[in-house]
Design a protein around this ligand. Structure first.
Ligand SMILES: [Cu+2]
Length: 124
């Protein structure tokens, strides 16, 4: 009786540890970005940086930047910061005119999970 319940607890602990831990902790959420969400910047940025909660895979991650007239802003290939794999850098190939821009991002974190989201910023 004592033996079997100990085994059951052990099996349960293992199950919870293996099922809950990776899925809850490992998704890449956008924590911070430059220019910041809803920011109004005086100088047009030359690149966007997006800082995630987890390391991300640049080959499977991307960003689209759209202006007020639904025009797509030309961006260079996204890259990951050499020293910080949670940081995605998006070079802008054209300088941004005054206006509000929508940034839509999608990333695959190093554990293979996909996340996406969007935010806006303005150039005045
Ligand atoms: Cu994950």
């Amino acid at each position: 009786m004592v033996f079997s319940s100990t085994r059951a607890v052990c099996a349960l602990t293992f199950l919870i540890a293996s099922v809950v831990t990776p899925s809850v902790l490992a998704h890449a959420h956008l924590k911070q970005q430059t220019p910041a969400a809803d920011a109004v910047v005086a100088t047009a940025p030359q690149a966007l940086t997006l800082h995630f909660s987890e390391g991300i895979e640049p080959a499977f991650s991307g960003v689209t930047v759209t202006g007020e007239q639904q025009q797509t802003v030309k961006t260079g290939a996204v890259k990951r910061d050499e020293k910080d794999k949670t940081q995605l850098i998006v070079p802008l190939d054209q300088s941004l005119a005054m206006g509000t821009y929508l940034v839509e991002w999608h990333v695959v974190s190093v554990d293979g999970h996909k996340t996406k989201g969007s935010y806006r910023f303005s150039v005045k």
